[in-house]
Design a protein around this ligand. Sequence first.
Ligand code: AGP
Length: 631
Amino acid sequence: MCGIVGYIGTKRATEILMAGLEKLEYRGYDSAGIATIEAGDIQCVRAKGKLFNLRDKLVSVDSIAHLGIGHTRWATHGKPEEYNAHPHMDTALRIAVVMNGIVENYRSLREELKAKGHEFRSDTDTEVIPHLIAECLMGIARQDLGTTSKFLTAVRLAVSRLQGAFAIAIISADYPEEFIVARQQAPLVLGYGDGEFFCASDVPALVPYTRLILPLQDGEIARLSPLGIEVYNFAGDKLKRSPRTLNWNPVMVEKQGFKHYMLKEIYEQPGVVRACLAAYLSETWEVGTAGSPIDLKLPTALFKDIEQIQILACGTSWHAGLVGKHLLEQLAGIPTTVQYASEFRYSPSPITPHTLTIGVTQSGETGDTLTALDLEKNRRSQLDPSRQPRLLGITNRPESSLGRLVPNLIETHAGIEIGVAATKTFVTQLIAFYCLAIDLAYQRQTQTPAQIGELVTGLRQLPALIEVILESQERYIETLSHEFSDTQDFIFIGRGINFPIALEGSLKLKEISYIHAEGYPAGEMKHGPIALLDAKVPVVAIAVPGNVYEKVLSNAQEAKARDARLIGVTVMDDPEAALTFDDVLPIPAIPDILSPILTVIPLQLLAYHIAARRGLDVDQPRNLAKSVTVE
Ligand code: AGP
C-alpha cells in the first residue's frame, strides 16, 4: 500500500519521480505528491486523487531540482484529501517525508511533539516523522555524530522511536546533497545508476533507469548522495552491502499495445505457465524414467515424514491455496488446511508436529501473510529449538520480504504483474501446487507411475490449451459482456477442485466491475443462497466432465428452474452442456483435476470485459491496492 520513490543525480528529479510514481500507482491512488529541493527550499506539490491530478498541477511548476521524493497514497490514517497527501513536512518546512506503512504509536508522539510546539497540518500518522526528525536535529550534540552526517543521525534517532511497519524517504533543505531512507517491515529497493541513485517501493519504478538494485532489509537505513549509497543498521553501524543485477527489462512494465495491464497479463498466461513448468517439470520425463518428473530444488528434509500441511494466504492466493489443498489431499494423500492469514494471526490453530506450513503470496509483501508466517516460525522454533521450522513460500517475488522470512521458496516465474486483479500470478501459483503435489505423490507412491504420467502429459498441454481459449473465446466473451452492463448480482458455482475457481471468478468480477458476486460450492445453493435467484441474477456454473459433473449440471438446473440465466464454463462440443446452459464459455477437454488452469481463463475475461464495458479503471479499481502491506 502506497508507493514511494526518491532520486538524486544529474537529471531533473520531477520527471523521474513522476515516471516512478506512474509505475507504482498500482499500490494506491487516493492522492499523490512530490517534494524537491529548489534553491535552498523545499518545494512540495500535492494533489488529491490519481496521479494525473498531480501531473496537471506540475505543468505550471518550473523545477530544476536534482533531488526529490514522491508518493502515491492508499489512505489509512486520514481521509484521501490533499492536506493528508504526502510528502509531509515539519513546522519550519525544512524536512519532507514520504512513507509506506503505519506508525502505530503516532498518537502519543503527536501529543509529545505538539506539547513541544510543533504544528500539525494533517490527520496522518506520517506527519509525526518530519517533526520528530526536526526535534532530533535540534537535540544532537556535535560529539554524537560519529562518522555519519547529522541528518542521518537525526533520522536514525527518530526512527528508533517509531513503532509499526514502514518504509520512509526523507529530504532536508539543509542537506541538499543527500537523502535518507529507512525500512522496517515494508518494502524498499535502492537503485544504482551512473552518478545517480534511486529508491522505490518496487522495482518497476527502477527498471527504466537501472537493473543494479539492492533491496533494503528490515532495520536498515541508507544515505543516498551523488557519491553513492551507504547502508547502516538502526544502531548506526555501517554495513557492507552489494547490489545485484535484476534480469528484467523495461518492456516488461509497459502495456505493449493492450488497453489495460490486466488484459495483457491474461494474454501472458500461456507464456508464464510454460516458464513455470520449465523451471520444475522435466522436459524429457516419461513413464518408466527413473526419479520424479518434478524438481522443486528444495531440500528433501523439508518434506520428510510430514503428516499434515497448513496453507496461509489472503485473497486470490487463498483461492490458489484451496486448489492446492485439493491436490495435496487427493494426489498425495496429505491432510491439508487452508487458512486466511488475517484470521490465523490472531487465532492460530493448535500447533501440531510434522507439519509443513506454506505461505502463498504473489507479492511476498502482504502484511497479514507475513505476520502469520512469522508467528508460525516463532511457535515452531519454540516447540523444537533443535530444528528449523518447516516453512515454504510460494511467491512471484523471491526478492520480497517473504524471501527473507522463509528459508524455502517456490518461485512462480510469472513476471511482474501490474494490474491490481491477480491473473497470471494465480495460474502460476496453481502450477506450483501441481508440481508440489505431483512430486509428493511420487515420493509417497500415492499415485501409480501411469497416473503421474497422465498428469505430466496434461500439464505439458496446458499452455497451448490456454492459447486456444484466448484465441477462440475473447471476442465472444466481449460481446456477451455487453449484456451484463447493468447487472447487479452474479452467482458463481463449482464443486470439488473447481469450487475455488467459482470463488476466484466472483472475486475478479467484484473487485474490478463493482458488481456484487458470490462464489458457492454448487451443492450448497439449496441450503440458502438459492433464495437470491431470479431472472435478474445470472449464475455462472463451472461444469467439467469428471466425478462431480452430473452433480453440477443438476445444481445448474435447479438455478434454471428459478429463472436464473445460466452461463456454463464447460468443455467444447458437449451436447448435454449445450442443452443446460443459456451461454457456454467452452474450454478444451482436459482431466477435471487439471481443469482449474483452464476454467479460470474465461472467468478472468468475463470480469475484464464487463468492467471495461462499464468504463471502469480495470487496472486500478477503487479502494484497492496491489500489495496490502497494512493490517
Ligand atoms: C487479487 O485479485 C486481489 N487483488 C487480492 O485478493 C490479492 O490476491 C491479495 O491481496 C493477496 O495478495 P498477495 O498474493 O500478494 O499476498
